[in-house]
Design a protein around this ligand. Structure first.
Ligand SMILES: Nc1ncnc2c1ncn2[C@@H]1O[C@H](COP(=O)(O)OP(=O)(O)O)[C@@H](O)[C@H]1O
Ligand SMILES: [Mg+2]
Length: 265
């Protein structure tokens, strides 16, 4: 089933007298329970697309359908209610949350705002979320700035799944992590997807990361989608200049055993 359908999205920025085309006629679809890897060099427009999908930024033109509804037309109470169904995980979790907040309060926010469970059940639900992402319940009282980068990323994932979303947008969510920790977090994301049928729009400049999680990959260059296909096809046989450049940036990409292929459709 098509969960997300983006049509002809455009976005310009004017900065310092200069006009930047961040998105130029971007169209894509994403099915429920699938991962679309959004690749592209720095400045190609990936975060702009992610932020528009999250409704953090309005587009200049184009449309987005989410779960059969006109996502950009929703407002007020309807938007607040549907927002629970799209969550986001950023690269810089510390920048996204109050650094003095406790882990428990970071997880409590979505449970309270979206009325996921009654107040008296929230501590139990928080413990359950921590456990599900492989963290000790004792972390709940720590401040978010006093946990490791890997733990923080797991907390962001726990927060994202708290509302039982249909889609999670991940913007360079593992890019700041050490390679060994990164692999474990990617495994967790693949497990959660299988278990809960969550779709991921997975933004990364790193094709090695996208290879581990993506069913399909789409490549951006200068605000346009220049190549889309099954992950293996884009990596093994890139057609566009932009895709070839990304492939050659990861020297051993093609000869390693792809971790994510066991979950390819
Ligand atoms: N708020 C903004 N004001 C001005 N220019 C912006 C803004 N956000 C992004 N841009 C520009 O839009 C282009 C795409 O940026 P971005 O979506 O962040 O790319 P990516 O995430 O692929 O690195 C870049 O040229 C960037 O400088
Ligand atoms: Mg970005």
């Amino acid at each position: 089933m098509t969960l997300l359908e983006i049509n002809n999205l455009s976005k310009h920025f004017r900065s310092g007298g200069r006009d930047v085309t961040a998105l130029d006629g971007v169209s894509l679809t994403l099915d429920s329970g699938q991962t679309l890897g959004l690749a592209g060099a720095s400045g190609s427009g990936k975060s702009t697309l992610a932020r528009i999908v999250m409704r953090l930024l309005p587009p200049d033109g184009g449309s987005i359908r989410f779960a059969g509804e006109d996502w950009l037309a929703l407002s007020g109470k309807d938007l607040r209610r549907r927002r629970a169904k799209i969550q986001m995980v950023f690269q810089d979790v510390l920048g996204a949350f109050n650094p003095r907040a406790t882990v428990a309060s970071v997880l409590d926010d979505p449970l309270r705002i979206h009325e996921i469970v009654p107040k008296s059940d929230r501590p139990r639900k928080i413990a359950e979320l921590l456990d599900r992402v492989g963290l000790q319940g004792s972390l709940a009282d720590r401040s978010i700035r006093d946990v490791s980068g890997g733990q923080r990323q797991r907390i962001a994932i726990a927060r994202a799944i708290a509302t039982d979303p249909a889609l999670i947008v991940l913007d360079e969510a593992v890019s700041a992590l050490d390679v060994s920790i990164r692999g474990k977090v990617l495994e967790l994301l693949v497990e959660l997807q299988r278990e809960r049928d969550i779709a991921y729009l997975f933004v990364s400049h790193d094709l090695a990361v996208l290879r581990a999680v993506s069913h399909r990959i789409t490549v951006m260059d200068g605000g346009r989608l220049v190549e889309t296909g099954p992950a293996r096809q884009v990596i093994d046989n890139p057609q566009s200049t932009a895709a070839r450049a990304l492939v050659s940036a990861v020297p051993r990409l093609r000869i390693q055993t792809p971790q994510g292929h066991s979950h390819e459709p």
